[in-house]
Design a binder for this molecule. Structure first.
Ligand code: AMP
Length: 285
């Protein structure tokens, strides 16, 4: 029987636990999350456990990455359920600071993310990646992991974090896991809990549309026309609005050059009722 998972809410207790592992010569992996955990998050824990002897999962619904108009107050929370899942997945410690512990009175330093944050999500959520980069930087310096594991589900976030780690010489590596999906293709997401049954049945059309665009791009076909068709088909299927569907260079997120031999990525953010879904798929070089 494994021992009960430890939940820590104060930085001094986190430092003590990680310090004792370090003294014992163990490697440490971090999986940053906002809780309401699903199988996608647990797959990240699986990767973390392969990369290090000790796995820390952070659960922190980070207020600075939400705009005042966004879903911070209704973001799903289920700490008891999360702990049971993380215990079964074999994580060692949950780092769940309060907002006051993370951003004490007088907190005023922020990371300005780099070029990867400029558009796509950056256009529609202008403050988002500043909040993400700042909290990730803090989590990295709090937990001091050898490796942090992120999902490709939030592909632009992964690019922004990689760029920050490279630019600031942060002493850790970033590992990525492909998006985990339901059988019908819908990317697993804590926000899927907002979908009504009708919306849930429409939602997989997003993944199908992105795969369609990737197929056209792979064969050197007319990508812009494929994107127009996807926009049209998604609105016809019942999606309320499309923030963007774009194809970009998979590493830099700069405009995609079909004949460059570089990998592409199709990225999208769409609204289904009141829920904003993001997804992306790869285009092989
Ligand atoms: P979140 O709790 O939504 O902030 O996500 C925490 C981490 O889990 C991020 O690195 C996400 O990219 C990752 N993640 C969320 N959903 C999935 C998924 N369906 N497949 C893989 N990783 C995911």
């Amino acid at each position: 029987m494994s021992s009960k998972i430890k939940i820590v809410r104060h930085l001094k207790d986190l430092r003590k636990a990680v310090g004792s592992w370090r003294t014992a010569g163990e490697r440490v992996a971090l999986v940053p999350t906002m809780g309401a955990l699903h199988d996608g998050h647990l797959a990240l824990v699986g990767v973390a456990r392969k990369k290090a002897g000790r796995t820390v999962v952070s659960i922190f619904v980070n207020p600075t990455q939400f705009a005042p108009t966004e879903d911070l107050s209704r973001y799903p929370r289920d700490e008891a359920g999360d702990l049971t899942k993380l215990q079964a997945a074999g994580a060692d410690l949950v780092w769940s600071p309060t907002a006051e512990e993370m951003y004490p009175e007088g907190f005023s330093t922020r990371i300005v993310p780099g070029s990867a944050a400029e558009d796509l999500e950056g256009e529609f959520r202008p403050h988002h990646f500043g909040g993400v980069a700042t909290v990730c930087c803090k989590l990295f310096s709090q937990v001091t992991p050898d490796v942090a594991v992120f999902g490709e589900k939030d592909y632009q976030q992964l690019c922004v974090v990689r760029q920050m780690v490279r630019d600031l010489n942060l002493p850790l590596t970033i590992a990525a896991l492909p998006t985990q999906r339901a059988k019908d293709g819908l990317a697993l997401s804590s926000r899927n809990a907002y979908l009504t049954p009708d919306e849930r049945s429409i939602a997989p059309a997003l993944h199908r549309a992105l795969l369609g665009i990737a197929d056209v791009a792979k064969t050197g076909g007319p990508v812009n026309r494929a994107i127009e068709t996807a926009n049209h088909d998604l609105l016809a299927a019942g999606f309320a609005r499309i923030d963007y569907i774009e194809i970009r260079d998979a590493e830099t997120l700069e405009p995609y050059e079909p004949r460059s031999g570089r990998e592409g990525r199709v990225l999208a953010a769409v609204w289904l009722g009141r829920t904003r879904l993001i997804d992306n798929v790869g285009v092989g070089s």
